[in-house]
Design a protein around this ligand. Structure first.
Ligand SMILES: Nc1ncnc2c1ncn2[C@@H]1O[C@H](COP(=O)(O)OP(=O)(O)OP(=O)(O)O)[C@@H](O)[C@H]1O
Length: 369
């Protein structure tokens, strides 16, 4: 099946010489929910605007449903864009705002009314259809912006931080609605955010960007448990990262020499001996044991030799999760996370000596560059 969207080596250099996007490659199938995630200035919005046609593409090709779009003006692309500010017309009613795009496209009034009625019902906006948009709440305005984007039946809906203006509770509620709506309508969504939790909760796949380049494209869980690059390992989740040198590998597991000892993790690429690598251990993968020397051997055997001594520095309970910090002998901090039932906080007050361990398969060894 022809992909809905293809970006092939897409690049953007602004007139002032800023290289905003460099060789961006992505293929999106129909009905996927894709998030662009990354720190401020990494090129997310620029890429979205190039897909919409609001920004010229400097190099590479962009196709929608197999048709090259580089030179097609925005209004002739099968896309709609929703802005963080919503950009609603304050002097128009909700119905007028939603129907505006259809009017521009030259649809007759009965055709427009039928489509607007349908989207008003889908988004639960019938009761406020004849109100002016300037008196409405943030959540209602967000929904109108969504309706306005969807009513023109785009192949791809582009959303630029659409939940950024909402408070935390409303944001969570609208996240759930958005996901449900997207799956029900089967429209491809490309969503820009710098909020990690939002990208992880909503997307089928996340594109992590850094300084104009794609670092990794993966489903949320994989990104979280299997980072491919040091940037992703630092940016996503709460990972502990050890730098080291490859001592040996059996193709599946790599053993590495680190300042904290000989440690191991799953190798996600072929690795030469003595090459510089990072061992990335997610907070959820680390287990905590009382520091009883009698048990060291058993723990070491159970966890493939991954055993380090540490001291508890914090034990916080956040909702149903225990968030624990421990200090290594060199002072480095290690983050652990577990369900609250797993460890009793009174057994691990700050200052307690402990052993930390993890299964090699739950940590990842990645090249250090
Ligand atoms: N019109 C412009 N002219 C010149 N440089 C620009 C222009 N717009 C953006 N840039 C630069 O391009 C780079 C990418 O910006 P972009 O807005 O795409 O990043 P972003 O990841 O969306 O950031 P944010 O999360 O802050 O919106 C930045 O260095 C930015 O300063």
């Amino acid at each position: 099946m022809t992909p809905d969207l293809e970006l092939v080596d897409v690049g953007k250099v602004y007139d002032n010489g800023t290289m905003a996007v460099d060789a961006f490659n992505l293929t999106v199938t129909k009905g996927e929910f894709i998030a662009f995630l990354g720190p401020s200035g990494c090129g997310k919005t620029t890429t979205l605007r190039m897909i919409a046609g609001f920004e010229d593409i400097s190099s590479g090709d962009m196709m929608i449903k197999g048709v090259r779009m580089n030179d097609v003006p925005p209004q002739r692309r099968p896309t709609s864009m929703i802005f963080q500010s919503y950009a609603l017309f304050p002097h128009m009613t909700v119905r007028g705002n939603i129907g505006y795009g259809l009017e521009v496209k030259g649809l007759t009034k009965p055709e427009r009314d039928a489509k607007v009625d349908r989207i008003l019902a889908t988004l639960g906006l019938e009761d406020i259809a004849n109100r002016n948009t300037d008196k409405l709440s943030g959540g209602q305005r967000q929904r109108i912006a969504l309706a306005r984007g969807l009513v023109v039946e785009p192949d791809i809906l582009l959303l630029d931080e659409p939940l950024g203006a909402l408070d935390a509770n409303l944001r969570k509620a609208i996240q759930n609605e958005l996901k449900l709506l997207q799956k029900t309508l089967g429209v491809t969504f490309v969503f820009v955010t710098h909020a990690q939790s939002e990208a992880l909760a909503l997307s089928d796949r996340i594109v992590v960007m850094n300084q104009g380049r794609v670092e990794q494209i993966s489903p949320p869980h994989q990104l979280y448990t299997r980072p491919n690059t040091p940037f992703v390992a630092h940016f996503i989740g709460r990972n502990t990262i050890f730098q080291g040198e490859v001592k040996g590998t059996d193709g599946k597991t790599a053993t590495i020499t680190t300042p904290a000892g000989i440690l191991s993790g799953r190798a996600n690429a072929p690795m030469a001996e003595k090459s510089n690598v990072n061992l990335v251990i997610p907070a959820e993968a680390i287990e905590l044991h009382a520091a009883q020397t009698a048990q060291r051997e058993r723990i070491s055997a159970d966890f493939g030799g991954n055993l380090i001594d540490a001291k508890i520095t914090r034990f916080d309970i956040v909702g149903h999760v225990s968030q624990i910090s421990a200090a290594l002998p060199d002072g480095r901090s290690v983050a652990l996370e577990a369900h609250i039932d797993k460890y009793r906080p009174d057994a691990f007050p700050p200052g307690t000596g402990i052993i930390l361990s993890w299964k090699p398969a739950e940590a990842t060894v990645i090249p250090a560059h």
